[in-house]
Structure formats: structure tokens, C-alpha cells
Design a protein around this ligand. Structure first.
Ligand SMILES: O=C([S-])c1cc(C(=O)S)c[n+]([C@@H]2O[C@H](COP(=O)(O)O)[C@@H](O)[C@H]2O)c1
Ligand code: NI
Length: 398
């Protein structure tokens, strides 16, 4: 699977992330053409190569063409993104990041999310950065994202509220569950946008996952000149489907529900399974107090995503609270193998322990599509896929 590992030794911001994606192969013209699908125009993109402490890096920035921009709240931004002709994946990713940013601002300022305004120049910068990141990840085909611990810098930052401690309050809110540090560098190395991107998209923040094979190294420049290069380093490469981030701890989040419209459950499970860091989400029938039939919702999640996923559960279900439990896990090493069969292509999951194949599982969706297309019994498609996969694996091991 195509993956990136972001080495945030000098922090991360929206601009730095786009710079790194451009340096990794996202064509500037493609980014501009996709951004032009948004109904916002009064901006100019800066995209150039710079040298940061001797390292060549790509610098990206957004300049508002006019100082006055309409004040936009989260709803306006949702509308701008969702009514554009960008792909659904880009829209969904961008809206998820904006929601996180909005929630953090709302929490810090003690106002409802609906009252959060992305002000003046900041709005256009945030829209371009966040949508641009989603465009870049889709263009480069990135399926998994990991980061290092984040270097946040130190001191104070000047913004519309006055001088605020670093990490800025919205950044600090977004860094819940994410390891970060400061080594005395003065300045804001991680911005709220950078933190929101990591919080929403990264599966884990720590050492590079075992088995990550690097194919390319790219640098996205920040705007500061420091004693260290002000840049984010992006390693692009591959990681096998089963690779877990090193030292990744898992938790189980659970809640019991006895008062929710049953139509909601399928939607919530689908939503949860789309979140990076969610390994499983499932329902169990239970009998609750006062003889009420109920449902226990359980979510197996990477430890650094507990706050994030608890929020999704509390927002989307009728639950008033969740419980969180430690969970040790043992995994087979997973690999996805694509088979060429007389019926067409189909993926099979191969599970290994110390190199020995212990399980071969055809992908349900692929088998279902074949069964429907060729009017064949699903169980026969499964049997055929398992037999073909075993033959392929035997041939590969000879
Ligand atoms: O303008 C507001 S409300 C604002 C709030 C905060 C909080 O932490 S609260 C921080 N900032 C600063 O604005 C810039 C822009 O950050 P981006 O993520 O949009 O690039 C940054 O310096 C923040 O610390 C502004
Ligand atoms: Ni703020």
C-alpha cells in the first residue's frame, strides 16, 4: 500500500504539507486546476524552490488578493466544498479536517461550532491549504499516513487574540492523544491546520512503522529561518497492508444504547470504519435495565485516536458517555494479493506468522461483484479464489 511518513522535526503547517506533496510529485498545474473547482478566486498561489539550511525544499503559500474576504463560518465552508466538482474523497477529507479545526476553535473560545468564523485572510488560506492537501493525497494515491512525534516550537505567537503561548490554544486542543515536544526552538512550528491534518489523517505518530520501504524523500518548507531547517520531511513509499505502526497501543471504546433509531447503526459503523486508526467497529445485542433490549457498540481503535473516535460516537449516537479499555492485540502479517482469474481480477488477503501462511481470505466485495456479474454461487467464487491463491503462493515459494 502506498504510504507516507511525515518527519515533523521542524513542525507541520498546511503550507508545509502542500509544499511537501508538490516536492513528492504532485504537479503544480494539477493542483491549480483542481483548486479552480472551488468558487473562491481572490487568491494567488506562491510555489517555489527554496533552500532551508542547505536543504532544497518546496515552498507553498497562499496570498489573498484582497484584504477584505467575506467572513465564513463552518457551514459556508461546507457549502463551498460540497457544491464544487471536486471528487467525493477530496470533499470528505477536507470537510473532516475543517470540522476538527472548527471543533477545536469552538472548545478553546467557549462558543458553539456554528458560531466559529474563519476570519478574513485566514479563511482563504485554510480553504486552499486543506482542500489542496486532500487533492495532493488523492493524486499521489496515498492510502496510509504516519508521522513522527511533532516538534511544536516554543514562545509566543501573535494573532488576532493577541500573544498566545505555543502551541497555540487550538493547536494544543488538536494535539490531544498526539505525542509532541519542544527543544527550545523559538517560534510556532505546528499550526492549528497542521495539527488538524495530523489528528484527522495520521494512523499513528511515533517511529516509522516496521516494514515501511522508502521510495522518495521530499521537503515542504515553512516560512521561518531557524537554526534547524524549517521544513517537513515527507518519506513516500510502501507498507504492507498488515503493518501496524511500531509501539501502537490499542483501546476498545464501548457504549450501551437502548434509545436510538435502529436505522442509525449501519451509518455509524460505516462512518467509524472510514476513520484512520479504527481497526474494527461492531454491535452486540444486550439486555439492559428495565427489561429494555439494547445494543453495545464496540470500536477497536489505535490509542492515539481515542479522543477523536469518542467524539464521533457521542456526536452520532444517542449515547451520553463511553468507556475506554486497554486492549492487547496479536496480528498476522497481512498482504493483499491480486489474482487474475477467468472471471476477472479479485483481491485475496494472505495472513502470515513468521513467514508461514496461516490464512487466505478472499475479499468479500470482489467475490460478490464476480458472483453477481457471472451469476455464480458466491461460495463457489470463494472456493475458486482460495484455490487460485494457494496455487500462486506455492508457485512463489518454490
Ligand atoms: O484567529 C484565530 S481564532 C486563531 C486562533 C488560534 C488559536 O489557537 S485559538 C490560533 N491562531 C493562529 O493563526 C495562525 C494561522 O494558523 P493556520 O493553521 O490557519 O495556518 C497561526 O499562527 C495560529 O496560531 C489564530
Ligand atoms: Ni482561535
Amino acid at each position: 500500500m502506498k504510504a507516507i511518513y511525515l518527519d515533523c522535526f521542524s513542525g507541520i503547517s498546511g503550507n508545509m504539507m502542500i509544499g511537501a506533496l508538490l516536492d513528492a510529485g504532485l504537479p503544480s498545474e494539477y493542483l491549480r486546476a483542481e483548486l479552480a473547482k472551488l468558487p473562491v478566486t481572490a487568491y494567488k498561489l506562491i510555489d517555489k524552490e527554496v533552500i532551508k539550511r542547505g536543504i532544497k525544499a518546496r515552498y507553498f503559500n497562499v496570498e489573498a488578493r484582497q484584504w477584505f474576504q467575506p467572513s465564513r463560518n463552518l457551514r459556508d465552508i461546507h457549502k463551498i466544498i460540497s457544491e464544487s466538482s471536486l471528487t467525493d474523497t477530496v470533499k470528505e477529507k477536507a470537510i473532516t479536517i475543517f470540522n476538527r479545526l472548527g471543533a477545536a476553535e469552538a472548545k478553546v473560545h467557549g462558543v458553539p461550532e456554528s458560531k466559529i468564523h474563519f476570519h478574513e485572510v485566514g479563511a482563504i488560506d485554510s480553504i486552499v491549504d486543506i482542500v489542496g492537501i486532500a487533492i495532493g493525497l488523492e493524486y499521489l494515491g496515498i492510502e496510509r499516513i504516519f508521522t513522527s512525534e511533532l516538534h511544536v516550537g516554543s514562545g509566543y505567537v501573535k494573532c488576532s487574540h493577541g500573544r498566545m503561548p505555543i502551541p497555540a490554544p487550538a493547536t494544543a486542543e488538536l494535539l490531544k492523544g498526539i505525542p509532541f515536544y519542544s527543544e527550545g526552538v523559538k517560534g510556532e512550528l505546528v499550526t492549528p491546520t497542521g495539527a488538524a491534518v495530523v489528528a484527522c489523517l495520521a494512523e499513528a505518530c511515533g517511529p516509522m512503522p516496521k516494514g515501511f520501504i522508502i521510495q522518495q524523500v521530499a521537503y515542504g518548507a515553512g516560512s521561518m529561518d531557524l537554526e534547524i531547517p524549517n521544513a517537513v520531511r515527507l518519506y513516500m513509499g510502501t507498507v504492507s497492508a498488515g503493518v501496524e505502526a511500531a509501539s501502537q497501543e490499542a483501546k476498545i471504546i464501548e457504549t450501551n444504547i437502548d434509545d436510538m433509531n435502529p436505522e442509525i447503526y449501519g451509518y455509524v459503523i460505516e462512518l467509524l470504519l472510514k476513520h484512520p486508526g479504527v481497526h474494527d467497529a461492531y454491535l452486540t445485542s444486550i439486555m439492559m435495565k428495565k427489561g429494555r433490549p439494547g445494543i453495545k457498540l464496540s470500536v477497536l481503535v489505535s490509542a492515539n485516536k481515542v479522543a477523536d473516535i469518542s467524539r464521533v460516537i457521542l456526536r452520532e449516537t444517542s449515547s451520553l458517555g463511553v468507556r475506554i479499555m486497554d486492549c492487547d492485540t496479536v496480528h498476522l502479517e497481512k498482504e493483499i494479493v491480486t489474482l487474475e482469474t477467468p472471471w476477472g481480477q479479485a483481491r485475496v488477503k494472505v495472513g502470515r506468522l513468521a513467514g508461514q501462511v496461516l490464512n487466505v481470505a478472499p475479499e468479500y466485495e470482489d467475490c460478490k461483484a464476480i458472483a453477481l456479474k457471472h451469476n455464480a454461487p458466491l461460495k463457489e467464487v470463494y472456493q475458486q479464489m482460495i484455490a487460485d491463491a494457494k496455487k500462486l503462493l506455492e508457485a512463489a515459494s518454490e
